[in-house]
Design a protein around this ligand. Structure first.
Ligand code: GDP
Length: 430
């Protein structure tokens, strides 16, 4: 890991090239997301060469620990940079030990001491300064000291006694997965436990495989793969996802049972989330609906205000007493649900008569409130309540303010009542 341009790719390329010693397999190394370097003393180190890859972020997100050691690459001519700090934090959070590779030491601008000093200010105290973090000065470009870096990795792994059990059922992680012509669905797996062999049954999420072939990065077919190695595995029925955990199961029937169970769980989760989505949509719909109702109420008030303005203008213009103007019936309508409210208001809107103005000052869903009563008083209106209860306080206030509240639970009776009130207001024909 390390900051961009500090030399990660160059280092991996050097390590990879140094590993292609024989031309036995045509020397074609394919990119499988990881490669193993075989060392002189028979040991191997597997490097994961795509640490910015989706698989790694997915695993980090799940708190899974994929690597035993992090090699932190810091360019000696640039020092500690934002991604250096991120890597340090990641190592600390996931409890993975660090080795520092102080890179670009061949450059005249390299300031190794300053770089190491800077690292110590961020909690990475190298051995030279009395700490316990190994630091190796390298040049990835020139290949200087790469052996020393590999030795440091081996030493640390021995010091920490990093071991994995090659016996028992296989546990692995998906690094990459792809469909390839001629080989079908293949996934690069990092074996973490057990020894993988052809014919093994594997599950990863809801995908599964009967291992057909195991390949290394030179496309060479392997008989088996032990912990610490990354290999390509063919035989998947569906492609697994990068980052997924892979488990071996004893036999085909168990594999099918596990997959069926996981598929059911997945389906259930999907249904649950769909239901949540529906509930959210309903909530949003209700909210918008309430907003529309409020707008309608406000519009009602505006309409009324215009009406009043017009009336005042007329009075001023004609100097006639108010009584001579068209009589009016002003309503405040409250209903239990939106459906009935809409039915009532649309019925009222059909009223068309010049002899008496009919205006809904305010309408809404809910109980009659003290506000409604006060509004009725201010506008000299009548409150119509449909299918809603009226509290004693509201009744008392209405009584005190001399406001009429009419209660109904059948729409046509409410409309009849409104008609009756209108008729009362229309002056008898002369
Ligand atoms: P990455 O972004 O960390 O993968 O960095 P790269 O490996 O792409 O390196 C960035 C640049 O630094 C390239 O131009 C490399 O050639 C150069 N570089 C990497 N390592 C060294 C080194 O050890 N010495 C010198 N002089 N240049 C290096």
């Amino acid at each position: 890991m390390g900051h961009v341009d500090h030399g990660k790719t160059t280092l991996l390329d050097y390590l990879r090239k140094s590993n292609v010693v024989d031309e036995e397999f045509g020397g074609i190394t394919q990119h499988i997301g990881a490669f193993s370097v075989r060392l002189k003393h028979g040991k191997s180190i597997t490097f994961l060469d795509t640490p910015g890859h989706a698989a790694f972020s997915a695993m980090r997100g799940r708190g899974a620990r994929m690597t035993d050691i992090i090699v932190l690459v810091v360019a000696a001519d640039d020092g500690v940079m934002p991604q250096t700090l991120e890597s340090i934090t990641h190592a600390a959070d996931s409890n993975v030990p660090l080795i520092v590779a102080v890179n670009k030491c061949d450059r005249p601008e390299a300031e190794v001491e300053a770089c190491v000093e800077e690292l110590s200010q961020h909690g990475v105290l190298v051995e030279e300064l009395g700490g316990d973090v190994m630091a190796v000065k390298i040049s990835a470009l020139k290949g200087t000291n790469i052996d020393a870096l590999q030795d440091a990795i081996i030493t640390l792994s021995e010091l920490l006694d990093i071991k994995a059990d090659p016996a028992g059922l296989v546990e692995a992680r998906v690094i990459e997965a792809k469909t390839e012509p001629g080989r079908g669905r293949v996934a690069t797996l990092l074996i973490q436990r057990g020894t993988l062999k052809a014919g093994n049954y594997l599950v990863a999420g809801t995908s599964y495989a009967k291992v057909k072939n195991i390949y290394d990065e030179h496309k060479k077919v392997l008989k088996a793969a032990s912990p610490g190695f990354a290999v390509e595995v063919a035989g998947w029925k569906e492609l697994p996802s990068p980052g997924q955990e892979v488990l071996q199961v004893e036999n085909e029937s168990k594999m099918r049972r596990v997959i069926n169970y996981r598929k059911l769980q997945e389906q259930k989760q999907k249904q649950d989330s769909e239901w949540e989505e529906i509930k959210e949509k309903r909530k949003e719909h209700d909210r918008q609906h309430q907003q529309r109702l409020k707008l309608r109420q406000d519009a009602g008030l505006v309409r009324y205000t215009k009406h009043i303005v017009k009336k005042i203008e007329l009075i001023e213009a004609s100097n006639q007493p108010v009584e001579d103007f068209t009589p009016e019936l002003l309503l405040i309508v409250k209903a239990d649900v939106d459906g009935s409210l809409e039915a009532i208001t649309s019925c009222l809107e059909t009223y068309d008569c010049d002899l008496c103005t009919l205006e809904t000052v305010s309408s809404g869903v809910g109980v009659v409130t003290e506000n409604d009563v006060e509004l009725a008083r201010d506008f000299n209106g009548v409150v119509f309540a449909f299918n809603t209860k009226i509290s004693p306080q509201v009744l008392k206030l209405a009584d005190d303010l001399n406001v009429t509240i009419k209660q109904h639970n059948i729409i046509y009776k409410l409309i009849e009542d409104v008609k009756g009130l209108l008729n009362k207001r229309i002056p008898p024909a002369v």
